[in-house]
Write a protein that binds this ligand. Structure first.
Ligand code: ISJ
Length: 167
């Protein structure tokens, strides 16, 4: 296969960034595993949602729509973390042996958030079109073949994108 090909779907960048964000869930779960830090951190979620809403406003996007889309990103991220906890509980040999620094992982998440806000704003015409759903499906398939995530992550990716299409 060629090293890079033009994306088939105009929504591929949105799906790709959402998948990158979900890939961080493995690091977040590893950082929290075996500590007192719960998977759910409502204070951090509020910071994420307020930050992306402010970024949306700055670039002329709808802050409420961005909030909805990121609420889904957060729910999907937690679904991956819970799935990994279940896996690690059932198969302790698969549990992580190193503990990433959660603050460092969150810096990565912050960067992905900014790019995802921009990508969502950039695709407003495609997200408003009747073709959005099929194009989003194609985008998920593209990402699946590019990044070969497991079923847990692909299901979470679908979950993370439910508010992307406008109709
Ligand atoms: C990713 C984390 O876990 C959860 C998911 C969050 C997210 O997707 O941004 C934020 C806070 C937590 O509820 C985290 O704690 O940073």
């Amino acid at each position: 296969a060629p090293a890079s090909v033009a994306p088939v779907s105009p929504l591929q960048p949105v799906a790709s960034l959402a998948a990158e964000r979900l890939a961080t869930a493995d690091l977040v779960a590893a950082a929290k595993w075996g500590t007192d830090s719960p998977i759910d951190d409502p204070a951090r979620e509020q910071v994420v949602l307020d930050t992306v809403a402010a970024q949306a406003k700055q670039i002329g996007a709808d802050p409420d729509e961005i909030r909805r889309i990121f609420r889904d990103q957060i729910e999907a991220n937690k679904a991956v973390q819970r799935g990994l906890y279940a896996r690690w509980t059932a198969h302790p040999d698969q549990a992580p042996t190193t503990k990433p620094d959660l603050n460092v992982v969150r810096q990565t998440i912050n960067r992905i958030n900014t790019a995802l806000v921009q990508s969502v704003a950039d695709t407003t015409p495609e997200r408003s079109a009747l073709t959005c759903r099929p194009e989003l499906t194609v985008a998920v398939i593209e990402v699946h073949f590019e990044k070969h995530p497991d079923l847990l992550h692909t299901k979470a990716l679908v979950r993370s994108l439910v508010s992307v299409c406008r109709s």
